[in-house]
Ligand binder design. Structure first.
Ligand code: TRP
Length: 328
């Protein structure tokens, strides 16, 4: 492992993770923990920027997310798993970076404008929400990563991180390398009903779903809606299930499924059975790891405590240098 090549990423604790999270983000994280020195954290302060009014689920969501991470195979022996709010250095660096960040950069951030327009059930006029990208820049720059694995929606934020790094370097001397985005090729992972898989739509398959839940969900999945009878030929390219086969089913079987669908020799019920069997094999080891973790009370706390300590040590070094360079 090349300890010089560091990477870092975070997720807001929004609750249970679904297959969209797995194929969109986690899979990339799992690869990175093998190839470089990786820091992954729960962005709980970021969750507060929009969900500050009711924080009753926060602790639970953090716990569930870490269980999902560990279940999926993130290994605290191979990477550092920590909680943002437990490493207060992030707040200090965020404050210092806010001094050199023009408000105009924040106000014209496309992600900010978009969310302000789209989210109408909450008031997002708070300073914390405006400063979201400054905190994110602090999260990232603290660990001087060469790259940050994120989804496309995070690109505007990462661009700001890079701009803030350049500004810092030009004011106080070369300190922060500009991290690049490590984009996950967008895996097509529609929800059960064909819309984007999302917790709020209630159309997801969760990593922590029981075998029974998975069965019910898969049986109720939309397929090719123009295919009314088994004897009608289907079209895998508009089918909602087929993209999942491409993610989970062996290539050889995949060709048979496509052919069977087009020629009407394979019906949707049988096609779902094949998928369900594959999905069970895929999720089973995750469930086993999760159950093992749940059997040890305090295990999640221990993972985070150990990771927090490692992150704090690294962050402390960065901040010492930043304070020095800024004349503090
Ligand atoms: N904004 C990210 C998200 O919503 C979470 C996040 C916070 C993050 N800080 C980060 C991601 C730093 C990568 C690096 O998913």
């Amino acid at each position: 492992m090349d300890t010089q090549s560091r990477t870092l990423s975070g997720m807001r604790p929004t609750g249970s993770l679904h297959l969209g999270h797995y194929f969109g983000v986690l899979k990339n994280w799992l690869d990175l923990q093998e190839s470089c020195c990786a820091y992954f954290f729960v962005a709980d302060w970021h969750a507060l920027t929009s969900d500050f009014a009711d924080t009753s689920a926060l602790r639970h969501n953090i716990e569930e997310m870490v269980k999902d991470w560990a279940g999926a195979g993130l290994d605290p022996e191979k990477c550092v798993i920590f909680r943002q709010s437990a490493v207060r250095e992030h707040a200090e660096l965020s404050l210092l970076l806010s001094m050199i960040t023009p408000v105009s950069w924040l106000a014209r951030n496309p992600a900010y404008k978009e969310q302000q327009q789209q989210i109408s059930d909450r008031d997002l006029g708070n300073a914390g929400f405006l400063c979201y990208p400054v905190l994110m820049a602090a999260d990232v720059l603290m660990y001087r990563p060469f790259g940050v694995p994120v989804g496309e929606d995070q690109l505007p934020h990462l661009e700001l991180t890079r701009a803030i790094a350049r500004r810092f370097n030009s004011l106080y001397g070369e300190t922060f390398p500009e991290p690049r985005a490590l984009l996950t090729p967008a895996a097509k992972c529609p929800g059960l009903d064909g819309r984007k898989m999302s917790k709020s739509y209630g159309n997801g398959i969760f990593l922590s779903d029981s075998l029974a839940d998975i069965g019910t969900k898969v049986r109720g999945m939309f397929t090719d809606q123009a295919r009314m009878r088994k004897s009608d030929p289907g079209n895998p390219d508009v089918c909602n299930l087929f993209p999942y086969h491409t993610l989970l089913t062996h290539e050889r079987t995949l060709a048979d499924i496509r052919q069977g669908c087009i020629s009407a020799s394979l019906g949707c019920v049988d096609c779902k059975k094949i998928f369900l069997a594959g999905l069970r094999v895929f999720l089973e080891p995750m469930r086993e790891r999760r159950v093992a973790l749940e059997r040890c009370p305090g295990a999640v706390g221990e993972i985070l405590d150990a990771g927090n300590a490692l992150a704090r040590a690294f962050a402390g070094d960065t901040l010492a240098e930043v304070r020095e360079k800024m004349g503090l």
